[in-house]
Design a protein around this ligand. Structure first.
Ligand code: GDP
Length: 302
């Protein structure tokens, strides 16, 4: 299945190294835990999560009076799932309104896969029987509008656009009007991904937010942040910045297929307390999957 395929890189490196470790050590001792810790850190699981996992593993091993490493992989998976699901319960489903327009705002730095994600998400929603429209709110980056139009054509949905350099808030306003007129279910709005100037980013996102919430009560219903899994801990830094600039309701972790450091999913959940709602597992239109912790963690060792 897609999930398993998309995790091949992480599985091949991380999992095979864990398997090697287990074969090499046989007996559980301090050195085994140290090497395991190192492997987890290399997979970008994140220091805090790794520490917690190692502590939990030590307790579990003691509790079960387990002396050998055989089959420890399943204990690792169990504990990873437990740690991931601990704390506040986070809803991974999209907040889609029943009988009125749902507005989804897509944010993220250029190049992370924002446009691609919008196209994939549009296709997903269409497949679920929703009507979808796109708003070309990245009026800043050259080519961004055209790229969104290409995805719109590919998915078969209309793209509301103005010329490059126009006010993104005005594009949103137009798009909401058009979506309401045509009784569209879901409007997905692209935004510019400039991070160089945090104040500008904040101002722009806040202005867009104001326009959208004025036109549609309770909107935006989702603010999805696209993060590139291949950038590792850097993705966490971006997330922190966007979290300060706007009310991020969910994360789309893109390019998970392109990294052996898939552990970043766990670090994001535990550091930011924002649910990872989708993961990108390829460049095709079908390569956006809802995130499922158990499928993910057990998929690593499958
Ligand atoms: P944007 O600048 O954030 O809008 O980024 P794009 O949507 O243009 O994507 C940048 C590049 O990443 C493109 O070549 C995409 O095909 C690629 N990309 C996006 N998502 C994924 C993914 O989940 N997996 C892989 N392998 N590539 C992706």
């Amino acid at each position: 299945d897609k999930f398993k395929e998309g995790l091949a890189k992480t599985r091949n490196q991380f999992t095979s190294k864990v398997n090697d470790l287990v074969a090499r050590f046989r007996e559980i001792d301090e050195e085994f835990f140290e090497e395991l810790e190192e492997l987890l850190l290399q997979a970008d699981v994140g220091v805090e999560t790794v520490m917690e996992l190692i502590d939990q593993l030590k307790l579990e091993v003691q509790r079960k009076n387990k002396k050998d490493t055989a089959g420890i992989q399943s204990v690792i998976s169990e504990k990873l799932v437990e740690i991931y699901n601990a704390g506040e319960e986070l809803d991974v489903r999209l907040n889609i309104q029943e009988d009125e327009l749902t507005v989804i705002l897509m944010v993220g730095v250029n190049g992370v896969g924002k446009t691609t994600t919008i196209g994939k998400l549009a296709a997903r929603l269409l497949a679920e029987g929703k009507t979808v429209m796109l708003a070309a709110g990245d009026t800043f980056r050259a080519g961004a509008i055209d790229q969104l139009v290409v995805w719109g054509e590919r998915a078969g949905v209309e793209v509301i656009r103005q010329s490059e350099g126009s006010d993104p808030a005005a594009v949103m306003y137009d798009a909401i009007r058009a979506a309401k007129n045509r009784k569209i279910d879901v409007l997905i709005c692209d935004t510019a991904g400039r991070l160089q100037n945090k104040v500008n980013l904040m101002n722009e996102l806040q202005k867009i937010h104001r326009v959208i919430s004025k036109e549609v009560e309770g909107a935006p219903h989702e603010v999805l942040l696209a993060l590139d899994a291949t950038t590792g801990q850097n993705a966490l830094v971006q997330a922190q910045t966007f979290k300060e600039a706007t009310n991020v309701t969910g994360i789309v972790l893109t390019k998970l297929d392109g990294t052996a450091k898939g552990g970043i999913v766990l670090a994001i959940r535990n550091k930011l307390n924002i649910p990872v709602k989708f993961v990108g597992l390829g460049e095709g239109v079908d390569d956006l999957q809802p995130f499922d912790t158990e499928k993910y963690v057990y998929g690593l060792f499958a």
